[in-house]
Every structure is written in C-alpha cells, then in structure tokens.
Ligand binder design. Structure first.
Ligand code: SF4
Length: 369
C-alpha cells in the first residue's frame, strides 16, 4: 500500500533541492526532449518560474501531440450535502447547522435528465461523506438510474473498500476521483478535526483499492492552499509514480483545485499564485505526457481562458455544488463557482481557441468484458 511507502522526509528534501536549483540546471533540463519524475523538482523551481514561457510552449506542444485539440467536458452533480466530518475549509462540514439534503430516486432522475438534455455525456457524481445517508447501496442505485443517460459516470465520494468499488463499477461507474486534500500529514490532522476522514492513511490507500477494483480512470489531487504547493506537487508525483507502476492498466488524471474562502470563515494559509498554478500544470505535462489534467470551475473565467490551451485536457462547465442545484437550487453549496458560464458559452470560447470541445470520447460499452 502507498501509505507504507509514503516518505515525508524525502518530499521535504525534494522541496529543499528544488528551491536551490540553479539557472544552469533549469536550462539543461529544458533542452531535453523527454522528462522523468526526477525533473519535476527542477521544473518547479523558482529559477524555472523565470522560464515559464518556454515551459508553456513545450507543454502546449506535448498536449497537442498526445491529445490532439480535444477538450473533454463534464458536469458535476451533487447527490447529497450530508457529511459526518468537520473539514475546516468546507461548506458541508458537520459543524454547520442547516437543512441537509440527499436526493431521492425521482430527484436523481430529474436532475440527471436535465443535465443530459443540456448535451453533457460525462457526469461526475459527488456527495459529502456520510455513510449513513450515502451508503454503497444508495450509490449503486443512483448510478443505475444515471448510467443509461450518460456515456461516462464518475464518482467523488467517501473512501470505500475494494468490494464497494466493485459494486459501483458493476452498476456503471467508470471513473474514480479522490483527492487527498493535503499530503502533509500534520496539516491534514489540523484541517480534519473530526470524523472518519481524520484517518490520513485510509484516504491515501483508498485510491489503490479503486485501482484494484478496476476503475477505467482514476483522478487524484490536492486542494492547493492548505500547505506548501511544491510539497503537494512532489507528493502527488510520488503517488502517481506508485500508481502508474503498480496499476499500469488504469488511466490517470490529476487536478489542481485551489481552495476557495468557503463560507467566510476559512482563509487559505498557503495561497498559490496564478503563475505558480501555471508552472504546476505545465511541469506535470512535461513529466507525464499522457496524464489527464482537469481544470476546475473554481477558477475565474479569465484565468480558465488563459490557461486552457496550456496542458489541460478536461474541464467542468455550468457547475453547481449543491444537491438538486440544477433543478431546485435551495440547498447549501459546498463552495462557490467562479466560472459560471453556460456549456454553450464554454464551447464557443474553446472553439475560438481552436480546441474541439467533446462531451463524449469514451463509452462504457468499449470496456473489455
Ligand atoms: S470536504 Fe468532504 S468530507 Fe470534508 S466536510 Fe466537505 S464534504 Fe465533508
């Protein structure tokens, strides 16, 4: 299991090395045609930041070679805002007393039909983490309702066991998203004050339970702003290297969501600048040419438009972060969306940038049986 190999001191040393990288080392590295994960510490160094333009050009070229001009679009759909954890940065935290909602079968169908009518073919189902309200049988049923309407169904729910994931794959789910939030254990315990989520290793190892269960794609990530972004980057790279080596059949993707000031009480202690976010995206593209990279609607419209060509392969559109948010809209949101444009307007922006927006490039029927 990855938790047995996770080495905090090694990551800390990589951060220190990165900060000391010379301009000569950066130039030497940028002259390469192929990059390894060892190069990440050079590409994320302060001296590489000065060469962001070169990083961006290389990243664009690799992305177009590997993914063509395509941009996969998906829509998130929240099934529940019940949660039995207290994460200090989240609007669904148990400590907030407001009316909670878990969609019933009819509401799931209604919401999903509306999203399918808008033209989305890929959907990501999200919940808070409350095994009592959102159990494996509940998720299984929700997926069974939704699967006939979409060509790809992803889930972002509480960490589960391998057999639970197998049940959900059988019901029709093909993608698993599970963010560690922060890979820095000490900070992790500070932000996750109560509930099952306090178990750092359980979350870390759930990803590979999903890989063993047979998900087609797995998306990992860290919520940037909770701890030093370089530490998170090197930890994510270690995690990816482990997963890619151990479960090589799985397709991997990564997200770099930046934390929002949630309901006015949380302010990110380690803000990451637009420039550093761009450095992160482009450096990961160089080191992992086939990695899916997702860009969140948490980011403002202007930034999304500026960085969308640089290495991103997947974007959400028209997102809403509350249950029944598309049909009803009366329930609490997990966080605020910054890019509120419609699917139509996102498609038009992408076309203006010579990108081909796709709502479908994968169908469960293509899975080997
Ligand atoms: S981040 Fe997830 S687990 Fe934490 S309070 Fe929010 S919904 Fe619950």
């Amino acid at each position: 299991m990855f938790s047995q190999q996770f080495n905090h001191n090694l990551i800390k040393n990589t951060v220190s090395q990165s900060l000391l990288t010379s301009e000569t080392d950066v130039n030497k590295c940028l002259n390469k045609t192929q990059f390894s994960s060892q190069d990440l510490s050079i590409l994320l160094s302060p001296n590489a930041e000065k060469q962001l333009e070169t990083l961006a050009q290389k990243s664009v070229s690799i992305t177009r070679q590997r993914f063509g001009n395509t941009m996969q679009l998906f829509i998130p759909m929240y099934l529940s805002n019940e949660c039995f954890n207290t994460c200090t940065y989240c609007g669904f935290s148990l400590e907030y007393k407001y009316k909670r909602k878990t969609l019933n079968k009819d509401e799931i169908k209604q919401e999903a039909e509306l999203l399918a009518q808008k033209g989305f073919k890929h959907i990501l189902l999200l919940t808070g983490e409350s095994p009592k309200h959102v159990s494996t049988p509940y998720l299984e049923e929700a997926i069974q309702i939704i699967t006939p309407l979409f060509s790809s169904v992803g889930i972002e729910v509480q960490p589960l066991e391998q057999h639970d994931y197998q049940t959900l794959i059988k019901a029709g789910a093909d993608k698993l998203t599970l963010y560690q939030e922060t890979y820095h254990k000490e900070s992790y315990l500070k932000y996750h004050t109560f509930g099952l989520k306090r178990n750092f290793n359980n979350r870390l190892d759930a990803v590979e339970k999903g890989a063993k269960a047979g998900f087609y794609q797995i998306n990992i990530g860290a919520l940037l702003g909770l701890y030093d972004w370089r530490y998170e980057a090197f930890a994510m790279a270690n995690h990816l290297d482990y997963l890619m080596k151990t479960f090589w059949r799985v397709k991997y993707a990564i997200s770099f969501p930046r934390i929002q000031d949630m309901i006015g009480t949380f302010h990110e202690p380690y803000p990451i600048s637009d420039k550093h976010l761009t450095q992160l995206i482009t450096a990961f593209r160089l080191v992992y040419p086939d990695l899916g990279i997702t860009l969140s609607t948490r980011e403002p419209k202007e930034l999304r438009d500026n960085i969308v060509t640089l290495g991103i392969t997947t974007m959400s559109a028209e997102s809403n972060t509350s249950p029944a948010g598309y049909t009803d809209g009366h329930y609490e949101e997990q966080f605020q969306i910054n890019d509120t444009r419609s699917l139509k307007s996102i498609i038009s922006m992408l076309k203006n940038k010579n990108l081909d927006p796709v709502t479908k490039d994968w169908d469960m029927s293509l899975m080997p049986h």
